[in-house]
Design a protein around this ligand. Structure first.
Ligand code: PMV
Length: 312
């Protein structure tokens, strides 16, 4: 069951998690898995949530307080007062919630779509994205906006936060990009990890600036490789981005082990995706056979959940 009108995409960051917070470009790909939302009015005021989304163990418990805050922020954004009006939300879809797949953004964007329908308030995609961004603040504190933008628009996007509105553009998908992504089984806190990197940046600005400059050079090459659809080169640059994530201290032994296993099984490249210190990694695989081999290798390396997909 995917309620087409309310569906929102999951996403994987190809290049630039964490760096994107500091207003440099990132490249993100929406995956062909969705969250949707059914919205009913209730006679009593308040919020009732039925969450049928598949999830890795611990995800929903760990994120419960953030999820509640995020949903309420979307209601606020619509000018709805839950002490006066009542709604029942039922979330579903095939996107499996795990840190790093943008499940939080997909949830709030699908809610924005459902409210726009329920209230018969037609909204542009930019308005849906803006409502999703408000919700993301409940999960992330100060989100870059990359997740809700990918959840709303889909495709492969180049995204850059600015002092004003973010800038983003859709990249043409010139070659089919098969991917495998796998969870470490660890749910990480985006707010905590982003906050820690901010503190490290403040205590050692030169260290951070050197990494940021290396990343900027890398993402420029990555965009050219993506424009040309050269899988081998995109993969190599993903490997380099993973190294920068390690230096930024956002990877962890569990992610490194899975990244290594994917490369040994023939991936064109592999890296962590999203917050890190747990969460997800992704591998770019040149053929369906290699995609299968990488998925098997990741299971053998102990990943509790492994998914095969392509960018949507
Ligand atoms: O873990 P995710 O999928 O929510 O990704 C977070 C991405 C960060 O760059 C770490 C934070 C942000 O707001 O962009």
């Amino acid at each position: 069951r995917i309620l087409a009108e309310t569906r929102a995409f999951g996403k994987l960051i190809l290049f630039g998690e964490h760096f994107v917070v500091y207003k440099v470009p990132a490249l993100v790909g929406a995956v062909a898995a969705y969250t949707d939302c059914e919205c009913e009015r209730l006679c009593e005021p308040g919020l009732v949530v039925v969450d049928n989304r598949p999830a890795v163990p611990d995800y929903k418990v760990t994120k419960a307080a953030e999820a509640d805050a995020a949903l309420r922020l979307v209601f606020d954004h619509f000018g709805l007062d839950l002490s006066k009006e009542g709604f029942k939300l039922t979330f579903g879809g095939d996107l499996c919630c795990a840190s790093g797949i943008g499940a939080s953004a997909a949830q709030v964007v699908s809610l924005a779509r459902a409210l726009s329908q329920a209230l018969k308030r037609p909204m542009s995609e930019n308005e849906i994205n803006a409502a999703g961004y408000e919700g993301e603040k409940g999960y992330h504190g100060t989100p870059s906006g990359i997740d809700n933008t990918a959840a709303t628009f889909g495709g492969i996007l180049k995204f850059q936060r600015t002092d004003g509105e973010p800038i983003f553009e859709r990249k043409a998908i010139v070659t089919r990009m098969l991917i495998v992504y796998a969870s470490t089984g660890i749910t990480s806190s985006t707010t905590a990890v982003v906050g820690d990197i901010q503190a490290k940046k403040e205590s050692d600005p030169l260290w951070f600036e050197a990494l940021l400059q290396k990343y900027i050079a890398l993402v420029q090459k990555a965009e050219l490789a993506l424009n040309a659809g050269v899988i081998a080169e995109i993969g190599q640059l993903m490997n380099e981005n993973h190294e920068l994530c390690q230096q930024l201290t956002v990877s962890c032994p569990e992610l490194d082990r899975l990244v290594e296993a994917a490369r040994l099984a023939g991936a064109a490249g592999a890296k962590m995706s999203g917050t890190g210190r747990g969460g997800l990694m992704l591998a770019l695989t040149p053929t369906p056979e290699i995609q299968d081999a990488v998925a098997d290798a990741l299971k053998a390396a102990g990943a509790p959940q492994v998914w095969k997909t392509s960018f949507a």
